[in-house]
Design a protein around this ligand. Structure first.
Ligand code: SF4
Ligand code: SF4
Length: 725
């Protein structure tokens, strides 16, 4: 660089720059500008069509609140690439190279345009020379390298590594169906990669040809080290005997090819996958961190009078959900994580989003909403191209695995539930599900038991459980349906009562004033019944005196914590695991640590993924002395038991593997595993069944964490007898 400094020191700074249109006739330059303006016009028109499409969706209330904070959060997510890297770090790193390479090259091109076409043309201001130009040149050279390296890795990944999530095989259609074939997506992916690679490579060759062409001009050859890749290619050209004149001809031809390809690329941005650059940023900016945990009330949906319940037509989607459809990059992470898809159900969250996207493009991008087919074309339910079948919608377990992993904040679960609302309204559901909903409506619980029997499990205890409606308590225990009525779970419920009693906790329950919390009813799409249940529970809780709520049921925990505030019910609520960790810290619950089972722990979706409680159950399990071996899928990547979203009330199709069976087989891979530990009543039911149906009876035992805690609870407190049973 010292030699270089000496060489550049001889030059005036203005001599250190790059020629742009030198060698082109004025007519050619004019033609280039005309094509450039046409490309920008096509880009702007395409943007207009997209924005018009989103505006054909429904409004979203309060979305503009905290816009600045949303913006910076989006910027941080994009710059760190943290969502892109998750569970696929190599692809994430490659995408980062592509993103930053592309962004820097775009900024570089914009800087040239700013000087040449605006500042210099209008005001005679020049800055693109001297040291600024040299650094500019170096940064853009490195950016080009980053771009090409990232793109080449993506090509290798698609062409040779071929992860199954990128094969676009769709489970919701049969081969031979008119819309089964998604090879067009593959072609688009390859066209995207090749176009950018060619733009990048021709940029380097163009630079090299310019260096050779103008090698004798002061400030060109002597500064080549600031464009190391172009310089290396130029050296090779010279070594190959390329004369300066021929290099000039090559440069002129490549200049047109490179420039026109870049302009076509720009023009097509709004119509190709390239637009995810913008739609993904928009989707991330308007991300709802509680999208799956807190579903929208009916009143919060479309404000148009007479709007249908749920999503029946593509125009019923909010503009944000329409934007979500276009933000999808087809990365397949949701497809890979989906337990329904893994079990062979006709559902892939990615394909559902792509179907709706195809539908929105066909019907909402033309001048007339619905295109030539009019309003009937807008229906999104059914088996036609772009529509989603009932079977697909009912396959969802609302486990949130898709929403949680999506790098661009697509909200699959709210979209699915909104579509289910329309099905429920029309009675298009499994007869058993319909019957269960009627049962809940009539009796307030899914077991069809009399309300009076809700507290029946307390009778087997050696102490009374307070009625929180009659006397104030410190802790109100919201028990939930499964923990109240299912005989196996009742035993666990009694265990928790004994632990609370032994710890001296002043607790009580609502007895027959408690109703099904409604979490799963809401996710089925029966919003009317959900509102009835939520209002009834909020009223019952309002009539009781307590400081805080605790529950053993993650489903009740989720809806009371995240959704009851929509109905005026704001409470301090804990799942039993975090509550017991507190008791342990206070010395009110002492664990001997004498157990030595080899265990694994299953994170319930509604506790882990939904409410980010991963540590408390593990903390308690370790305190029992048990050895904890994690399954490959754990914590936020935990695999669903299959009970959520009302699926526990719908018979699983015969011949298909159930998510709980897949999970037990995963656990069975752990050598010497003795206990499969859960912290959810529905998990207990689902996994005990799966142990039997997978032939693991006698090999793996499913235990509620509470049962292990009681097994090693130290019995030295006053109400000690209560723990002994
Ligand atoms: S919520 Fe779960 S089951 Fe439903 S589509 Fe998403 S990943 Fe699949
Ligand atoms: S919805 Fe999200 S996770 Fe699924 S394929 Fe699209 S971008 Fe990937």
């Amino acid at each position: 660089m010292n030699e270089l400094s000496a060489a550049t020191a001889q030059l005036a700074p203005e001599q250190i720059t790059r020629v742009l249109f030198e060698g082109f006739a004025p007519a050619a330059v004019a033609l280039f500008y005309c094509i450039g303006f046409a490309a920008i016009g096509a880009f702007l028109w395409g943007c207009y069509v997209q924005v018009r499409k989103y505006r054909r969706g429904q409004p979203v209330p309060d979305l503009l609140d905290g816009l600045a904070a949303r913006f910076w959060q989006m910027v941080a997510t994009v710059l760190t690439h943290r969502t892109v890297e998750r569970r696929d770090p190599a692809a994430g790193r490659a995408h980062r190279l592509i993103f930053f390479g592309f962004a820097l090259l775009f900024v570089g091109t914009s800087i040239i345009t700013l000087q040449e076409d605006i500042l210099d043309a209008l005001f005679g201001i020049k800055f693109w020379y001297g040291d600024f130009y040299l650094w500019f040149s170096l940064v853009l050279d490195l950016a080009g390298v980053a771009l090409i390296v990232g793109l080449v890795y993506m090509m290798v990944r698609r062409g040779w590594i071929r992860p199954p999530k990128l094969d676009y095989a769709r489970p919701d259609r049969q081969p031979g169906d008119s819309d089964y074939d998604r090879s067009a997506y593959r072609r688009e992916d390859w066209a995207f990669l090749w176009t950018l690679v060619i733009i990048g490579l021709t940029g380097f060759v163009l630079e090299a040809a310019r260096l050779v062409w103008l090698q004798d001009r002061p400030g060109v050859w002597s500064t080549r080290a600031w464009a190391p890749v172009g310089a290396a290619l130029a050296e090779a050209m010279r070594a190959g005997g390329l004369p300066a004149e021929a290099a000039g001809t090559l440069r002129a031809g490549l200049w047109w090819f490179h420039g026109l390809l870049a302009l076509v690329f720009i023009a097509l941005v709004p119509r190709t996958k390239v637009k995810h650059i913008f739609t993904a940023m928009g989707s991330l900016m308007f991300r709802d961190p509680l999208a799956a945990q807190r579903l929208p009330k009916l009143a919060e949906e479309a404000t148009k009078a007479g709007a249908p319940v749920g999503y029946a037509r593509i125009t019923d989607l909010t503009w944000k959900h329409l934007l979500n459809l276009d933000a999808c990059t087809k990365c397949g992470k949701c497809h890979e994580a989906c337990p329904a898809r893994a079990g062979g159900a006709p559902l892939s969250p990615r394909d559902l989003i792509l179907s709706l996207r195809e539908h929105s493009r066909r019907t909402l991008e033309s001048n007339l909403v619905g295109g030539a087919g009019g309003a009937s074309e807008l229906d999104i339910h059914g088996g036609k191209p772009g529509q989603v079948s009932n079977e697909t919608l009912w396959s969802c377990r609302t486990c949130m695995a898709c929403v949680e992993i999506c790098p661009v904040a697509v909200e699959h679960v709210p979209i699915i539930v909104q579509m289910r609302r329309k099905l429920v309204e029309g009675g298009e559901m499994d007869p058993l599900l319909q019957k269960t909903l009627q049962t809940i409506h009539k009796s307030g619980n899914s077991f069809g038991e009399s309300k009076r029997k809700r507290g029946g499990w307390t009778k087997a205890l050696a102490f009374p459980v307070k009625d929180a409606r009659k006397e104030p308590v410190d802790v109100l225990w919201f028990v939930g349906d499964y923990a109240s009525f299912d005989p196996r779970n009742q035993k666990v419920t009694q265990t928790f009562a004994r632990l609370l009693h032994a710890a001296g906790v002043d607790f009580g329950i609502l007895y027959d004033a408690e109703s099904n919390a409604g979490n799963d009813v809401r996710r089925v799409g029966e919003e009317g019944l959900y509102e009835h249940l939520a209002e009834s529970n909020v009223a019952a809780l309002g009539a009781a005196g307590f400081q805080r709520i605790v529950t053993t049921d993650p489903h009740s925990f989720n809806t009371i914590r995240n959704e009851y505030p929509q109905f005026g019910g704001r409470y301090r609520i804990d799942h039993y695991t975090s509550f017991l960790v507190e008791l342990v810290a206070q010395g009110r619950l002492q664990l001997s640590g004498r157990l030595a089972y080899r265990t694994t722990y299953h994170d319930p979706c509604h506790l882990g993924r939904f409410n980010k409680e991963f540590d408390a159950p593990r903390d308690l399990l370790r305190r029992t002395g048990c050895e904890l071996i994690e399954m490959p899928r754990s914590r936020d990547n935990s695999f669903c038991c299959g009970a959520g979203g009302g699926r526990i009330w719908i018979p699983d199709p015969v011949g298909k593997e159930k998510p709980a069976q897949i999970r037990i087989r995963e656990a069975a891979q752990i050598e010497g595993l003795e206990l499969f530990v859960v912290a959810c009543p529905k998990d207990l039911t689902m996994f005990e069944d799966a142990v039997k149906t997978t032939g693991n009876e006698g090999k793996i035992v499913v235990k509620e964490l509470l049962e292990l805690l009681e097994e090693c609870a130290v019995r030295d407190r006053a109400p000690q007898e209560a723990v002994v049973h």
